[in-house]
Design a protein around this ligand. Structure first.
Ligand code: ADE
Length: 220
């Protein structure tokens, strides 16, 4: 097996966001939320709603690398001027894994002279060099997986498939490939929709009920 991938459901997201909300509500009163784009955007928006904080900004961290590669170094895209001097700030991301993105964002925000900064993620992996103040669930290193968030399904499944799809395969065979190589379980109805979207986007070719990668997309 290459590595383990685990599909995250919207129910999981709601549960983790609510866990974070409960931890924050009586301990920290942010003036504004900064969501780290792109992974932290949806959790930040949900927390903005449940914590009644309408001031929601975002800054973008980018990675050189693809799904489940550890070599991707985080860089901060020029965030311009954030008017956060003297403010209490909550920074939100989906996951702290290496901790690089959150560390970078935290350092940047601290330089803007805010009154106080706290951080929150849905998932926190114990190996991370950065420990957020609040998180929905802790994942031990032994249970590390590539978590496929509902807002990243197309990108992640595309990356995974390009590693293992070597011949024309039916929906059932693609389902099995993902399960055998990554222990990934995606309900077939959902996977079918994603694969059909890939065909529309030119990421997969569908012929006689079987899917294959377009010639140029094969990864060695
Ligand atoms: N981004 C960084 N690490 C990740 C992981 N383990 N799963 C999903 N997204 C990530």
């Amino acid at each position: 097996m290459e590595f383990r991938a685990k599909a995250v459901s919207w129910d999981d997201i709601e549960r983790w966001c609510d866990e974070v909300r409960k931890q924050i509500v009586n301990t920290f009163s942010p003036d504004l939320i900064i969501g780290l784009s792109r992974g932290g955007l949806v959790p930040a928006r949900i927390l903005s709603d449940s914590l009644w904080i309408k001031d929601l900004l975002s800054i973008k961290t980018e990675h050189w690398g693809i799904t489940a590669t550890q070599d991707g170094k985080a860089v901060l895209r020029d965030p311009g001027v954030l008017n956060i001097k003297g403010k209490r700030v909550l920074i939100v991301d989906d996951i702290t894994d290496t901790g690089q993105s959150m560390k970078l964002a935290h350092e940047f925000v601290m330089k803007q002279n805010p009154a106080e900064v706290k951080t929150a993620t849905m998932l926190h992996i114990t190996r991370s060099s950065f420990v957020p103040d609040f998180y929905g669930e802790e994942i031990t290193e032994k249970n590390w997986a590539w978590f496929i968030f509902p807002w990243n399904v197309h990108e992640d499944v595309d990356n995974l498939l390009s590693r293992v799809l070597r011949k024309e395969s039916s929906l059932e065979q693609v389902t099995e490939l993902l399960q055998d190589n990554f222990e990934l379980v995606i309900p077939q109805k959902h996977l079918k929709k994603v694969l059909d979207d890939f065909v529309t986007a030119g990421k997969l070719v569908l012929k006689s009920g079987k899917f294959r990668l377009p010639e140029k997309a094969v990864v060695q």
